[in-house]
Design a protein around this ligand. Sequence first.
Ligand code: SF4
Length: 316
Amino acid sequence: MDSLVLELLDIKQITKDEALRLFDLDIEELFLVSSKIRKKYKGNKVKVCSIINAKSGQCSENCKFCAQSAFNKTDVKVYPLVDTEKIKEISTKALDNVGCFGIVSSGNSLNDNEIEKLCEMFKQHKKVSHLGVSIGRISDENFKKLKEAGIKKMHHNLETSENFYPNICSTHSYKERIDTIKRAKNFGFEICSGGLFGIGESLKDRIDLAFTLKEIGSDSVPMNFFMPIKGIALEHLPVMHPIEILKTIAIYRIILQTPDIMVCGGREMHLRDLQSWIFQAGANGMMTGGYLTTIGRDIITDRQMVKDLDMELEAE
Ligand code: SF4
C-alpha cells in the first residue's frame, strides 16, 4: 500500500502537494481513507436536498458552462420570479422527503422588490429553517432581511479555482464571490459553497478550490460535474470519466474532512451504475429530483439506494 495512504489512515491534515499526488492512487486505496473519514464525521447518515429554479434564464453574466447565461444560445426556459405562494407550496411538499430545499434564481442578483416578496413568504413558511437561498450577490441590507425572515443557509458556489476562474467568467470576479460568502458568514448564515468540475480546469485547480473552500469554512460543499448542454460555450468539452469523478470526491473528503459533501449535477449522467459509490468516495449527501436546467433522478429511487446501502436518511 502507498505510504501516503498509510499515513492518511491516521486521519491527518494534508498539504496541497500531497493532495495532488492522491490522483495517482488506485481508487480502492483512496476509498479506504475517504470512507474512514466520512464515517468518522458523518456516521451512516445521508443528507438529501432538492431545489427549485425560481427565476430562469436571460442572465447578464457570461459563465461559459451555464445554460441560463444570455451569452449562451440555449433553449432553456426563460421566466421571471415564480409566484412566491407557488414556491411555498412546492418547497413544503418537497420537505416531506428531503432535509433541505434550495430556492435558486438566475442572474447576478435579485432586486429589492423580489427579495421583499420572498422574505414575506419566508415569514409565513412553517419549514423556513430547512430552506436555503441561492440568489447571487446580496446587499448587507438584504442579508439582514433574509436573516430576520428565518433563512439559515446561503448558497454561493465558487465554481473553480481563483486562477482558472477568468477562463469561465469575466463579467464578475472571483473576489466578488468570496466577498458575498464572507459577508454571509458574518451575518451568521450557514455556507453552502462548492464547485463545478470538468470545465477544463487542471487537477491543481481542483486542489486549490478545495483548499479555498476549507479556508472560507464552507459548511456544505456541493460538487457538480459538467454536463455539455447544447448551445453553451463549453458544449464540446469531453465529459469526466466516472472513476475520475469518484477520485475527485474522495480527495475532497480527505482535504475537507468535516463539511457535508453533496453530489449534485452530473451524478446520474456520468456515474450511471456507480452512483452508490459516492458514499465510499466520502460524500454524505446528494441532490435529488433534478437540477436547474436538467432532469435528475426521483427521490423514491434515491431513497431505495440509501436503504440498500444500509445507510440512513437524515432530516436536517
Ligand atoms: S451561473 Fe449564475 S451568474 Fe453565471 S450565467 Fe448562470 S445564472 Fe448567471
